[in-house]
Design a protein around this ligand. Structure first.
Ligand code: COA
Ligand code: AMP
Length: 632
């Protein structure tokens, strides 16, 4: 079948299409109904189906002939460790960990926060929750205590699983002090914290609350998979919204299993038994879907990599992993390739490894600049596929669907809509844009299985954020266009989200932090172009009247505040004290114009500007930070 056939069928007959795909999954109760559309825009997939996700990623393969195949390879250059688990071994570890969680009183529907580095126990923890029907919420290790506290209060976990430390090149990140601080800050208190002690740092335990991971696991017995409704949540994953309150994206069990299992062959062109590597972090949606769930649904071997693309130890790190483990598909963010290209522009490290099994490179998480795309294509000699998705979708929305049909690559475009996603580009009026015309990218409802059914405990916010702007459509918050061939181009966000090293961050949330500084009267944070990370946040603040402070001192306090409150992952390294911020006459800060000046782009003086001279002052501040060029 051609892509066109598959795509059209997925939209014209979604129930037949996804009903067929559901055969890829083992059900305790096979769904008789594929789609419940009785309460739009709250659609539910496979409403009467019953299954267990952990059974589908592990037990099913153990029983079905893959018991001795590797399920997961942990490759950690930062600890000089490589450790492999067969499907049987991994299942057994997960079943015992699930037993330990049950012993701690975790039941179906309870939330468990996982705040851990990239160790196999983190993936086991996710699957152990899935095994007993508990809802996991993984929090990325680069977030600060405050961000973790917000998530604790929203998810209200019974138990938190953590480790003594993560390892960043050149420093050990002690997790436990951050976790203790977060629990102190949060109103909700977990009953138990279970801590994996790593040899690089020992966590101090809190009497009566904290328990040792290994001790608990060694006294636990394995437990079986608990059947859950297809519509029961499998996990909550928090992602940046437009305020300091992150959005709790909910993922259900049934739709998720079907969509991800279907994606592996159709979109990634990978066969069961092959080795699939998503070089991301378990704290992100890519890590959930394509380090843990999808490769294991599909019977692949997955890789959990605790390292960086460069510096662990060199820019050959990715090629070493691919060669050593026979990886056929690599999935990472363009920023990783920009880092490799910066350190090894001629690709000398690539030539040192046997990459004969390597078939395809997938990139996502941010716009893929054509230079990076071409460099990767030329140096690797394999197809390089830019594909587009979001935490909300949980799997690709646009790609070059190589498992169905391969299309010519157009640099700058993630190619075509994925089956199931009826992607449209709309004008503000709600009319469709012409080819080439930029508008809001939306997806006509219903969204396919695997996408967010709602936000955790926040149906109204779900409606406001995604559904109310264009009734009948999901608002992606990306802007872009389609060309004459239907190729999708993602150009920018329409909200305050920026993308730093493939990490999604809210400048609004950073402004909320800066505004709390006692000497700050008002502030603006903008994302400026950065050669390595794509975008970097920088801040401008106006001091409160009477604040007699050394600007440099305030600036470094502001940088420290963002690191302390949001985390190092924000990469917020520069702030500037200015006399005034540029505004419209109605008082709206002209962040877009500031960004244009910073990036040296063409800009026009906004007709509504209050005082044009302020932009000159901003230009001076930007150039002292190393940004902005004279306008031509
Ligand atoms: N725990 C604690 N701190 C972390 C962390 C973690 N899990 N991950 C990152 N950090 C810290 C880093 O140490 C760094 O701290 P620093 O300011 O003290 O240097 C800061 O957060 C920023 O990290 P990052 O943006 O990742 O920058 P980097 O310079 O360490 O690495 C890249 C740059 C491009 C190599 C790296 O970002 C990368 O590999 N990106 C790939 C992105 C990716 O996988 N995205 C997922 C979507 S597919
Ligand atoms: P996240 O939810 O962290 O996965 O971030 C999703 C956002 O990253 C999207 O809304 C886009 O703005 C951006 N993004 C992801 N993939 C791509 C891509 N291939 N091209 C352009 N932007 C992308």
């Amino acid at each position: 079948m051609t892509y066109q056939d598959v795509y059209e069928r997925s939209l014209a007959e979604p129930e037949a299409f996804w009903g067929k795909a559901a055969e890829l999954i083992d059900w305790d109760v096979v769904p008789q109904q594929v789609l419940d559309d009785s309460r739009p825009p709250f659609y539910r997939w496979f409403p009467d189906g019953v299954l267990n996700t952990c059974h589908n990623v592990l037990d099913r393969h153990v029983d079905g002939g893959r018991a001795d195949q590797l399920a997961l390879i942990y490759d950690s250059p930062v600890t000089d460790t490589v450790k492999s688990f067969t499907y049987r071994e991994f299942r057994d570890e997960v079943a015992i960990l699930a037993g330990a969680l049950s012993d701690l009183g975790v039941k179906k529907g309870d939330r468990v926060i996982i705040y851990m580095p990239m160790v196999p126990e983190a993936a086991m923890a996710m699957l152990a929750c899935a095994r007993i029907g508990a809802i996991h919420s993984v929090v990325f290790g680069g977030f600060a205590a405050n961000e973790l506290a917000t998530r604790i209060d929203d998810a209200q976990p019974t138990v938190i699983l953590s480790a003594s430390c993560g390892i960043e090149p050149g420093r050990i990140v002690e997790y436990k002090p951050l976790l203790d601080a977060a629990i102190d800050l949060a109103d909700h208190k977990p009953r138990t914290v279970m801590v994996l002690q790593r040899p690089q740092a020992r966590a101090t335990m809190v009497e009566g609350r904290d328990v040792d991971w290994l001790e608990r696991v060694s006294s636990a017995s394995p437990v079986d998979c608990v059947p859950v409704a297809a519509t029961d949540p499998l996990y909550i994953l928090y992602t940046s919204g437009t305020t300091g309150e992150p959005k709790g994206i909910v993922r259900d069990n049934g739709g998720h299993a079907v969509a991800l299992a279907w994606s592996m062959q159709s979109l990634y062109g990978v066969e069961p038994g092959e080795t699939y590597w998503a070089a991301s972090d378990l704290g992100w949606t890519v890590g959930h879907s394509y380090i843990v769930y999808a490769p294991l649904f599909h019977g692949c071997t997955t890789i959990l990599y605790e390292g960086k693309p460069v510096g662990t130890p060199d820019p050959g790190a990715f090629w070493r992993v691919i060669a050593q483990h026979g990886v056929s598909v690599l999935f990472t963010a363009p920023t990783a390739f920009r880092a490799i290209k910066r350190d090894d522009p001629d690709g000398e490290f690539i030539a040192r490894y046997d990459l004969s099994k390597f078939q395809t490179l997938f990139l996502a998480g941010e716009r893929c600049d054509p230079d990076t795309l071409h460099w990767a294509e030329e140096k690797l000699g394999v197809p390089v596929i830019d594909h587009w998705w979001q935490t909300e979708s949980g799997w690709p929305m646009a790609t070059n669907p190589i498992g169905i049909e391969t299309f010519p690559i157009k640099p700058g475009s993630p190619t075509l809509p994925v089956p199931g996603y009826d992607i449209r580009v709309l004008k503000e009026s709600g009319e469709e844009c012409d080819p080439g015309e930029i508008g809001a990218i939306v997806v006509r409802l219903p969204l396919p299985p695997g996408t967010l059914p709602t936000l955790w405990n926040a149906d109204d916010r779900f409606l406001d954020a995604y559904m109310n702007t264009y009734p009948g459509f999901y608002l992606t918050a990306d802007a872009g266009y389609k060309d004459d061939d239907g190729y999708v181009y993602i150009m920018s966000r329409i909200d305050d989200i920026i993308n730093t090293a493939g990490h999604r961050l809210s400048t609004g949330a950073m402004e909320e932090v800066l505004a709390e500084h006692p000497d700050v009267a008002e502030c603006a944070v903008i994302g400026v172009a950065d050669e390595l990370k794509g975008q970097l946040p920088i801040g401008f603040v106006v001091l409160a009247a009477g604040a007699d402070r050394d600007p440099a001192e305030v600036e470094s306090e502001l940088v420290a505040m963002i690191r302390e409150r949001i985390g190092p992952v924000a990469s917020f390294k520069q702030a500037s004290v200015v006399a005034r911020l540029p505004k419209t006459r109605s008082g709206k800060i002209l962040r877009g114009t500031m960004r244009n000046i910073a990036d040296g782009e063409e800009w026009t003086m906004p007709a509504t500007i209050d005082d044009p001279a302020i932009l000159d002052e901003i230009g001076v501040a930007l150039s002292s930070m190393g940004y902005g060029k004279e306008q031509q």
